[in-house]
Write a protein that binds this ligand. Sequence first.
Ligand code: BGP
Length: 479
Amino acid sequence: MAVVFPKGFFWGGATAANQFEGAWNVDGRGPSVDDHFLGGSYEKPREITIDIDPDKFYPNHDGIDFYHRYAEDIALFAEMGFTMFRMSISWSRIFPNGDDPEPNEAGLAFYDKVFDECKKHGIEPLVTLSHYEMPYALVEKYNGWESRELIDLFVKYCATVFERYQDKVTYWLTFNEINCGTSDMGNLFETSMIRGFEGPASEAKTTAQQRFQALHHQFVASGRVVRLAHEKYPQFKMGNMDCFILSYPATCDPADIWACELEMRQMNWYCSDVQVRGAYPSYARRYWRENGIDLNIAEGDMDDIAAGKVDFYTFSYYMSNIVGTHDVEQTQGNMTFGGKNPYLESTEWGWQIDPTGLRYALNVIYDRYQIPLMVVENGMGARDEVTEDGKIHDDYRIEYLKKHVRAMGEAIDDGVDLIGYTWWGPIDLVSAGTGEMRKRYGFIYVDKHDDGTGTYERIRKDSFYAYQKIIESNGTEGL
Ligand code: BGP
């Protein structure tokens, strides 16, 4: 294979504020949704509590303490050669209750320091405006994105950070994995319609009407934010962000092919068709009708959506599934369950490893949209052992990394305009799905454990050096 990563290709890593900053109630920050989630595991879903119980352990509260260690961590990213660092701004650090009249200056000042540190090392920030966390007060007051009120509040928050960081940040993403809002699991973090709910996350349910109405509000909000950026800050580049769960038909039975197509539309295309093309797709009307969805679309909404077309498309890619109409064995996956593919191996958490699927996904996405793409999450959650001499030999992660980098090289050679790759969790952080620390993604180990113990010491794993080599050679060596 000719390895063809273009000059200036962005190499880096991706994080989310709630999963690694910690300092959940420091310097004026208000609690976000994730601060109400307890830790879980593969077998046991995370639980949500309405009040913060001082006798329970909330893993996101301290994260990995990036809030106080950002300089050390960004220096480690720079040592690996990162040219891009994907991070999110915690909305409740800026507006603690989501609807405060004035922003919290201490919160704004924190991100100034982070962006300055990136600049010092020549790292381009890629900022997610909303990565699975809204101020919890908005859940109590409005039931999250179910309410239209959220549109103005979100636009105000975005306008505030755009104005503040206009000289420091160029690349922005509106909502992380917006398409997870189409299902109940994603709805917890993504649209946060959990007012009054307490108990296992898997039992928090919404109707299709609520989910698709909430998504409509997000599309309008995203449209307005992208329009604002384009009008006021022409240097900004605005992207969407989808959780791409590639589905294959389980058999060549035409019924399976169609079932798979429907799944692909609902999960992977519905949201990005809106955000990239600026209108609802042709298949939406029938989907709404057959699922009891009657959208309330206000005057001007479709203009906002039309004006808010993104400049580049981004997605997370971890795994693939199969979909069929016959008996299909189920396995766990990213934010979802899916059919087990007998040709693929899985991680300990049941996520099916499929690098060829990444090449395939890149090709079909690019064929559909013809705008630059970025893979802004990809990675492997695994248990790591620290040897007696303090090393971590994570060959499994290196293998996963190399295969996926090779797949991206193939896709570029296929003609795909891929401009960047940010590995999920370049430093160990709290898992979104399970709240665990032992489900580690990092090239950098963090001494922090599921019972809350640990020194927070950072240790370079073997994969740290493997990624460093790939970046150094712009994807021509180390594969
Ligand atoms: C994505 C989320 C991330 C991240 C990742 C890994 O869906 O955008 O926030 O957590 O998946 O998932 P997990 O942490 O559940 O292993």
